[in-house]
Design a protein around this ligand. Structure first.
Ligand code: HSE
Length: 303
């Protein structure tokens, strides 16, 4: 058995406008989780970094739960476990923090007991745990990834994306993914289906070549954003402010409440403009200007 393994997982931004529940991109912001097998029955979890106080350190910890389910599935587990999480991704912000926990748990457990699960197996299990592939797939592979579901099988299509910086602004507002999904209609009109279906390929092509002039049209969406923006104070205005400050494409990151903006330049100005809007709505915010991650999840066995 391996004694210690560290899993590094990038943040992700899902949907990117019209790619609801199928498209996501990995970003250069990382959570690190180290698993140490200990020879006596015990569980200790230590969490440091951003939003550490929001992460449970007992049996409800998502990394542990995910690892524990995999140990059960593999029929093998270490006697005891020490987990340390060093977090840089805000929790519950639409930047894939729960996907980092699920993937770290699965990959850490798999490595500790030499579980021999393939990347495809891990992706299938992680997608089932998350309910959709648009965060876990890019978090695992890096870059821009399309996830196509057929039943419970995930077909993964890595797509080209030009190296670039993106703006993320996260207002201090709690929006549970469950509530953001509950706000969506179960049926949509043919016009809305065509609206999104026509923009998604345009988006994929524009991101591949950083064709910024096309992004404004390509990032429009009618499947989820019209229902979710009103749930977040100032978000509709924040979109307008980001465009006015120079953004070429703006989207709600995942189920929110973060905003992601693509632009050739003026990233600082976009951050400033969006921050002012949230402040006008009595919300603080955090912001990042991040590169696209192209490495995906890294596994480092240290003992
Ligand atoms: N595609 C998902 C959603 C991402 O928008 O609800 C959230 O995890």
């Amino acid at each position: 058995m391996t004694n210690q393994v560290t899993i590094t997982v990038p943040a992700t931004s899902a949907n990117l406008g019209p790619g609801f529940d199928c498209l996501g991109v990995a970003l250069g912001l990382y959570n690190h989780v180290t698993f140490t097998a200990v020879p006596h029955p015990s569980l200790t979890i230590e969490v440091t970094g951003l939003d550490a106080e929001k992460v449970p350190t007992g049996a409800k910890n998502l990394v542990y739960q995910s690892a524990s389910r995999l140990f059960d599935r593999l029929g093998q587990r270490p006697s005891g476990l020490h987990i340390t999480q060093e977090n840089n991704i805000p929790v519950g912000s639409g930047l894939g923090s729960s996907s980092t926990a699920v993937l770290a748990g699965l990959l850490g457990a798999n490595a500790l007991v030499n579980g021999q699960l393939s990347q495809a197996d891990i992706l299938t299990i992680a997608t089932a745990e998350e309910g959709h592939p648009d965060n876990v797939a890019p978090a695992l592979l890096g870059g821009l990834v399309l996830g196509v579901m057929e039943g419970d099988q995930v077909h993964i299509e890595p797509l080209p994306i030009a190296p670039q910086q993106v703006v993320i602004v996260t207002p201090d507002f709690e929006l549970l993914t469950h509530d953001a999904r509950a706000a969506l209609p179960t049926q949509i009109s043919r016009q809305d289906a065509i609206f999104n279906a026509s923009r998604l390929p345009l988006l994929v092509r524009a991101l591949a070549t950083a064709a910024y002039p096309q992004l404004t049209l390509a990032m429009q969406d009618r499947l989820h954003q019209p229902y979710r923006l009103p749930l977040i104070p100032g978000m509709a205005e924040a979109f307008t402010a980001a465009y006015a400050a120079g953004a070429a494409g703006v989207a709600l990151s995942g189920a929110g409440p973060s905003l992601i903006a693509f632009a050739p330049d003026k990233h600082d100005q976009i951050v400033a403009a969006v921050t002012v809007v949230f402040r006008q709505h009595n919300l603080g915010s955090r912001s990042w200007i991040l590169p696209i991650d192209t490495t995906g999840t890294q596994i480092r066995v240290s003992q």
